[in-house]
Ligand binder design. Structure first.
Ligand code: TRP
Length: 333
């Protein structure tokens, strides 16, 4: 049987893009797959850019609460914070010795995040993909659901498996990325060509999972559109990224095929689509944000869930790390 592994960084402010782009798919996978599922809150990855130490623990709990509120069952799946399983860091070091820096140099996320300041950037940001490979390999994961932007990192993990097998023999399966369909990328409400993001300066550009009904309605009402009516086919939304985005969000939230959504709104004014979107978003997100709030008011319960998850994760990770150490020939005392 295979195993699914994925993670999100606890850099607070969960928004609709994270939910539709990642969490909602995990929930579907958890329901439909034969494989074990492991969903990690990757706090060690988060600190590759500066984090406020006074916030990190709470952000980690909050992301775990979001997983659970969205429908991840922490009994069926394993939910835990990366830092609670020290084997991630340990395996990362071992893997770093068989990762060519020439390959890391090609990683586009590092180039984007480091920008012109690469000289002053922390080593951790550069080594980020090696830690991600360690996350995946530590559980011998076979499937890794990620966004398009992480595909290159999963490919690097596959190459690291290849090198490991060549040097030390077969131990790890080659993990397969499961990439979300292109159409479901959720874009900013202010600019249909930019990803919806927690770091965009205007809060009006995103729907946060914690926004109340009024704010959600207001954000959709003010969302950028064009002067035409709502497109009624894929051909018609060509060159109209804002229209495409709103229709995509609707289809994803309603869990309806795009054809149905085209039939429902095509040819109408955008105001009709926006009102329907606001209602639908409130209906779908309110129960999740309520459950998140309930969980966040019971820190003892979240911590208990995470501790249990970490323990179950370690039961898998410890023997795998031992195998790697043995293959590499370390003294066992
Ligand atoms: N880098 C991933 C992201 O930003 C998060 C992540 C860390 C991850 N480790 C992982 C995803 C392992 C899948 C598997 O989206």
């Amino acid at each position: 049987m295979g195993r699914i592994f994925s993670g999100i960084q606890p850099t607070n402010r969960l928004h609709l893009g994270n939910y539709l782009g990642a969490l909602k798919n995990w929930v579907t996978m958890q329901r439909t797959t034969e494989h074990d599922c492991i969903f990690c809150v990757v706090d060690l990855h988060a600190i590759t850019v500066p984090q406020d130490p006074a916030q990190l623990a709470q952000s980690t709990r909050e992301m775990a609460a979001a997983y659970i509120a969205a429908g991840i069952d922490p009994v069926k799946s394993i939910v835990f914070p990366q830092s609670a399983v020290p084997e991630h860091s340990q395996l990362m070091w071992l893997l770093s010795t068989i990762t060519q820096i020439g390959k890391l140099d090609r990683m586009t996320q590092f180039k984007d995040k480091a920008g012109k300041n690469a000289e002053k950037t922390g080593l951790g940001l550069y080594a980020y993909p090696v830690l991600m490979a360690a996350d995946i390999l530590l559980y011998k994961a076979t499937h890794v659901p990620v966004g398009e932007d992480q595909k290159q990192h999963v490919e690097l993990a596959r190459e690291i498996v290849g090198t490991f097998t060549h040097r030390f023999g077969e131990l790890f399966p080659e993990p397969e990325p499961i990439i979300r369909a292109q159409g479901a990328r959720i874009m900013s409400l202010r600019d249909g060509s930019a990803k919806m993001s927690k770091s965009a300066e205007s809060d009006m550009s995103r729907i946060n999972m914690t926004d109340d009904a009024d704010l959600i309605a207001q954000k959709f009402k003010k969302a950028k559109t064009d002067a035409d009516s709502v497109p009624s086919s894929v051909e018609e939304w060509e060159g109209r990224p804002e229209a495409k985005n709103l229709l995509t969000i609707y289809a994803e939230l309603a869990e309806e095929p795009m054809e149905t959504v085209f039939r429902q709104f095509g040819g109408q004014q955008f105001s009709a689509l926006k009102t329907a979107l606001a209602d639908l978003a409130v209906e779908k997100l309110a129960p999740i944000s309520q459950e998140m709030n309930r969980l966040m008011n019971d820190v003892t319960e979240i911590d208990r869930i995470l501790k249990d998850g970490a323990q179950r994760a370690r039961e898998i990770a410890t023997p795998v790390l031992k195998d790697v150490q043995d293959r590499m020939g370390f003294l066992r005392l």
